[in-house]
Structures are given as C-alpha cells and as structure tokens.
Design a protein around this ligand. Structure first.
Ligand code: AMP
Length: 435
C-alpha cells in the first residue's frame, strides 16, 4: 500500500509557517522535508542525504524558524548555516527570509568577495540567522567587534561533502571551537564521503539519518541522452542541439576559458549566451545568473562551480559539453533540470577521449542511456559558420588576454562580459536560431 503524503501541519509545522509555505507555493512537503521535519521538531540532530532541488533548505529552515518563534524573547544569532559557495548562501538566506517574512526574520549573509563593512553593518542589526561561507564567517568571528556565536542554538552544515572538498576544514574546525556544544546540528550532504562521516562524528549527537532519494539515482522525469561524436565537430554538434531544442539551457564545460569561449562563440552565432565561472568576480557571477534567471539570456555556459547549489528552477536542458571525469559531477549537473516533478532533458556530447568517463557515469546511475538522434550530414551544414564564429571569439579572447598582460584588462569574467555587451549591440546574426 502506498504511504499517504502528509501535509506540513501533520508534520507538526505551526500555522504561521504553513501559511508562509502556501505563499511560496509549497502545498505538499517534499520527501526530505516529510522525513526530517518531525525529528527536527522533536529536537534531534539530523543527517540528510539530499541534493539541491530536493527541498532540503525548507527541511532545515522550517524547524529553525519554528524554534525561533517558540523562543518568544528576541534571539539574535539563533541559527547559522554554512555553505560552500556564495550563491548557495544567498539562496539559502532568501528562502529563510521568504519563510520568515511575516514574522520579521532577519538574516545576514557573510561570504567572500563582498564588502566586509556592509556585512559588519548587517551584523550590528543582530540578525536571527547567519548564512555564510566558513572562511568569511571565521574572519568576522575573529575581527568584527561585538560579534560572536556564543548564543547559537542551531548549526547547519549544508553540502557538507563540498564544504570539505573545498578546503574549508580548518575554518570549520575553528568555528566548531567557538560555538556552544549545547546546540542542534543538521548536516546535509549529497554524498556520504569518509570526511563527511568524520565531521558527523565530530559535531552531531545521536543523529537521525534521512535520505531524499536512493544514492546517485537520477529522477524519472529527466530524459537523458548522449551523442557520440568526433572531438573536432563538438562545437558544431553543440550549436546543432541548441538550435534544435529551445528553452533555458546550462552548458557545462571543464574550464573557465572554454565556458567563456563558448559564450562568445554562441553570441557570435546569435544565441543568447552568458558565462558563469569561478574566476569571475562575485558581482559578475550574480549579474550573469540574474540575466539567466530573468530569461534575458537563455544559455548559461558554466563550469562545475555552477553545477551545485544554484537554485534556478526553470532549466529545461543541461548539456554536458565536456564529460566530467568524476561521475558524481554528472549527477550534480543534470540535477539542475527536471526538478520538483518537472520534466527536463540532459544531453552529453561524448568524444572519442571521453567514452570511458561516460561508461563510468552509466555504471553509476545504473542504466544505459539512449542516443540523441542527429544526422551528421545535417549537423555539418553548420560547420563553416561555427568555425568562423569560434575563430572570431578566439581572437577576441586573445586580444583581451594581451590587454591583461599589459595591465589594461580586468579579470577574465569582466573582459568577457565587455565583449558580450559589444556583441549584444551588434544584434542577432542568426537566421535559424529559435532562441
Ligand atoms: P532546495 O533543494 O532547498 O534548493 O529547493 C529547491 C526548490 O524547491 C526551491 O525553489 C524551493 O523553493 C522549492 N521547494 C522547496 N520545498 C518545496 C515544496 N514543499 N513544494 C514545492 N517546492 C518546494
């Protein structure tokens, strides 16, 4: 017999917060929320195996806000969420604010790449919830007068596997030393690595383990296909697929340079693309993301920095321009589409050198993927235009690299944005493009 899906009220969520959920369009709890919220409300520590897209932010935010409401007296610095990236931190804070809007919940985001004085001003307002990356949070704990987490009641380690990958270990250790032992801790991670297990032992007490989905599976509403192609025609196949299938698309590449080059090349072909990668300044990354979210650009070319944690609800398609050598990255990338019950498409462009990695991916997800139907003859009709667009883009990138060496340019991201703006002024040159 199928288990009946419980409502937020049945999980023990209070009326104010159920109303807040309804305002956000959350009528039914997601699996991770249904499985973890009752334990969290009982005061247990939680380990959640869940990815972005599963509704995990709600799973930890709702019990924390409910405890804050129960506390009655003002409780500054009540909860702290640690996140591996700036973008994810901002999104988490946004969800806290949206859920706590009617009760005057205040948050502060402490991330690198942003003016430290502004963050100090935000801390002076004594927010209830701090969301930050470990390095910047530790920086404030050491240097911002009057700020401490001695009254902290809730700690969340979000994307713990990634927090540890990105060498936040030292900062994490330091933070754990200066916060109260008497607290609740929630640890969320997409995968359970050895390091995460060690962290779990170090900072959780008798935790309840909840899992959103079976390990490494991809959702049924996701249509996954691949194209096997010679490496010299990869760009051509990319453009072909982008022109065949419309909708918002994330194109994943291995390096920042390729993400930038592809965005330029696609722009030259009249497609509305924008790059996002770890080498861009924070302002440019957010700018690019907002353009994509607002639908101004329908293609986001990105490195794996963008594959985790970003909440972009409306991605229709993920294209793996480069096949990831680490199969788990595939799961994170394609997890950008087909979210919350919606459908989505993931297409992997596999060349002769990447076949082994692709087979590893099929083994990990436990299924053989079908081929995307494309006639090479038709694809190669684009070859001349694509080659020319790429040549022009490479020239522009070289030029911007030269300027930088002479001390005239900004960082890669800013340079590329300048070119993209110029290209935009030149208008759409593509006749075939449906975008
Ligand atoms: P997360 O995994 O926390 O990043 O959430 C992914 C997306 O799902 C966000 O856009 C949330 O607003 C949305 N979401 C979270 N919980 C629910 C729910 N119970 N029903 C519908 N959407 C939800």
């Amino acid at each position: 017999m199928e288990e009946k899906v419980k409502s937020f009220t049945e999980l023990g969520v209070c009326e104010d917060l159920v109303e807040a959920c309804v305002r956000l369009g959350w009528t039914v709890p997601t699996k991770i929320q249904a499985d973890s919220i009752p334990h969290a409300l009982e005061g247990k520590d939680i380990i959640g195996l869940a990815q972005t897209g599963s509704g995990k932010t709600g799973a930890f935010a709702l019990p924390i806000i409910q405890a804050l409401l129960d506390a009655k007296s003002p409780q500054p610095f009540f909860g702290c969420v640690l996140s591996p990236t700036r973008e994810l931190a901002i999104q988490i804070a946004e969800q806290f604010e949206a859920l706590g809007a009617s009760i005057g919940l205040r948050t502060a985001v402490l991330v690198g790449g942003v003016d430290i004085n502004q963050q100090q001003i935000a801390l002076a307002k004594r927010p209830h919830i701090i969301v930050g990356t470990p390095g910047r949070l530790m920086d404030h704990l050491s240097n911002t007068k009057g700020f401490s987490l001695r009254t902290l009641k809730y700690l969340v380690l979000d994307e713990a596997d990634r927090l540890l990958n990105e060498d936040f270990e030292k900062a994490l250790d330091d933070i754990l030393k200066v916060i109260p032992l008497e607290r609740r801790t929630y640890l969320f991670s997409a995968t359970m690595t050895k390091k995460v297990k060690k962290l779990q032992r170090a900072c959780l007490r008798n935790p309840v383990k909840v899992e959103a989905a079976s390990k490494y599976s991809t959702v049924d509403t996701l249509k996954q296909e691949y194209l096997f192609l010679p490496s010299k025609y990869k760009d051509c196949y990319l453009v072909y697929v982008l022109m065949e299938l419309s909708g918002s698309t994330m194109v994943f590449t291995r390096t920042c340079e390729v993400a930038n080059l592809l965005a330029l090349m696609l722009r030259n072909l009249g497609l509305r693309a924008v790059p996002i990668n770890g080498k861009m300044t924070q302002a440019k990354r957010l700018g690019a993301l907002n353009k994509f979210k607002a639908g101004e650009c329908s293609i986001l070319t990105c490195t794996d920095v963008a594959s985790r944690g970003l909440d972009i609800p409306s991605v229709d398609m993920v294209i793996n321009y480069d096949i990831p050598a680490n199969s788990k990255d595939y799961i994170h990338r394609v997890g950008r589409t087909a979210r919350a019950g919606r459908s989505g498409v993931a297409i992997s462009l596999v060349n002769q050198y990447e076949l082994e990695w692709f087979i590893q991916i099929e083994n990990l997800i436990g299924k053989k993927l079908p081929k995307y139907a494309a006639e090479e003859e038709e694809v190669l009709l684009l070859l001349e235009r694509v080659t020319e667009a790429k040549r022009i883009s490479q020239m522009k990138m070289k030029e911007s690299g030269g300027k930088k060496r002479k001390g005239m340019g900004d960082d890669d991201g800013e340079d590329i944005q300048k070119y993209l703006r110029k290209d935009n002024k030149n208008g759409n040159t593509s006749k075939r493009s449906k975008r």
